[in-house]
Design a protein around this ligand. Structure first.
Ligand SMILES: Cc1ncc(COP(=O)(O)O)c(C=O)c1O
Length: 446
């Protein structure tokens, strides 16, 4: 007969989907069957009902509290997954880039040639935009791991290689492997500032889940030179695997996105926080035929940020049950760290990571942490056992499994071990892992 285990017996360190707080899941089980005693489950009711609207509102409120999101930002709930956002940011922000230039060019041409018909103006605008696109459209990517690499490849697939500037490929600085973020003065960013067109955006992945590389802080070279958003590049960050694990100054970003399934919920909900100046009505969508003339495609409607914003994320059916789970996890963070906000979670995330790295560093003959010390992720701790010896790594995993320490195998593309320490991984689970790391190392040395 198969052994029955409780949630308390098992400690899961998988990279995502990942553990969620048990109290939220217990409530979720009830909500799925009979929400608030209404005789219907939350996944069965309309996404346009009053209850669904309450879920949306409360989730936004809690997220705003946690991240201190300023008023000039929209919170959007999408269903794209992180991967869908790789495409969404390109298409939305290139459209915004085209529209800003289309308006400015249209005005200028009308001023210079007052007698032209609308059709004649448009054909001049299109000719000018084609030239501007060829000369000036650049999307900057900082490639520091597998996910930013994928995002840059998607950008190249959608709009063409020559418009994508890989400003940094971190592998070139680390023996062809990810694991370091070299000094910012080595990055080849498209110059921004007075009189320079700058990139349409600069993209980075705040925490690289596969490679265990995390930006220690916001890159200095992406800061606005004056604090005014117009004096810096539009910065896009993928925070899928470290969302709500530390404080973030949202005002520095044009777009932050994160899939829910690591730190805040189950798959099916993706959060995008977007500066309003990048959305309609500030920037309308360019007419589709103009985009087509430029060899670009209009944004698919389900990925369109302005459409999502205008419809309170309800343009099409939103999985309210999944949103509710994310909302409850957020509410729990608000309640758990009252007064401290995300600084409370940041402290714990740091402490857990320190404990695991501490145990690994203590036995350099047995363990080797993969990324450089300066960029070690607090969320995904990647290491090798006995220099990557296949038998020893198998032994390590089998010993962990025997203690019900699960999900420690590294991503198939890089091998090795990976201990993910997302928000819902308890300090108790981390202590058990640390005890095992010690035990395995000492037994191996005896
Ligand atoms: C940092 C990061 N970005 C993007 C993704 C892709 O997310 P999804 O599977 O939701 O498309 C992942 C998935 O693990 C990730 O870790």
């Amino acid at each position: 007969m198969a052994t029955t285990r409780s949630r308390e017996d098992v400690h899961y360190f998988g990279a995502g989907p990942a553990p969620l707080p048990s109290v939220v899941l217990t409530e979720a089980a009830e909500a799925l069957v009979n929400y608030k005693g209404k005789g219907l489950g939350l996944a069965e009711i309309s996404h346009r009902s009053g209850d669904a609207n309450d879920v949306l509102r409360e989730t936004k409120e809690n997220l705003t509290t946690l991240l201190n999101i300023p008023d000039n930002y929209e919170i959007l709930f999408m269903q794209s997954g992180g991967t869908g956002e790789f495409s969404a940011v390109v298409q939305n922000l290139v459209s915004a880039w085209v529209e800003k230039r289309r308006k400015a060019t249209d005005e200028q041409i009308r001023k210079e040639h007052p007698g032209l018909s609308d059709k004649e103006v448009e054909s001049k605008v299109i000719a000018s935009l084609k030239e501007q696109k060829e000369k000036e459209l650049k999307l900057d990517y900082l490639v520091t791991g597998s996910w930013s690499l994928k995002a840059s490849q998607e950008a190249a697939r959608l709009i063409g290689d020559k418009y994508v500037n890989v400003a940094l490929d971190a592998r070139a600085h680390n023996d062809k492997k990810f694991g370091k973020i070299p000094a910012e003065d080595t990055w080849k960013l498209t110059p921004t500032g007075k009189g320079k067109p700058g990139p349409a955006f600069v993209y980075f992945c705040d925490n690289e889940t596969v490679d265990g590389v995390e930006f220690p802080s916001f890159p200095k070279s992406l800061e606005s030179q004056t604090g005014d958003e117009a004096d810096g590049p539009v910065v896009v960050a993928d925070m899928s695997s470290n969302f709500l694990s530390r404080r973030v100054d949202v005002a520095k970003y044009g777009v932050i996105f994160a899939g829910a399934q690591k730190n805040v919920g189950v798959a099916g909900i993706t959060i995008a926080i977007v500066r309003k100046s990048l959305l309609a009505p500030a920037v309308a969508s360019p007419p589709p035929h103009i985009l087509r003339e430029l060899g670009l495609a209009p944004v698919p409607i389900v990925l369109d940020y302005s459409t999502a914003a205008k419809n309170n994320s309800l343009y099409n059916t939103l999985p309210i049950f999944n949103l509710w789970i994310a909302g409850r996890v957020m509410k729990k963070l608000v309640d758990d760290y009252k007064g401290k906000g995300l600084a409370g979670q940041e402290e714990i995330s740091h402490r857990k990571a320190e404990a695991i790295y501490g145990a690994l560093d203590k036995y350099p003959n047995v363990y080797r942490v993969v990324p450089d010390k300066s960029v070690r992720s607090r969320m995904n701790i990647c290491f090798r056992v006995n220099g990557g010896d296949a038998e020893r790594e198998k032994e390590f995993l089998a010993g962990a499994e025997a203690r019900l320490l699960q999900g420690l195998k590294g991503h198939r593309s890089v091998g090795g071990m990976r201990a993910s320490s997302y928000n819902a991984v308890s300090e108790d689970a981390v202590h058990k892992l640390v005890a095992y790391l010690e035990h395995f190392a000492q037994a191996g040395q005896a």
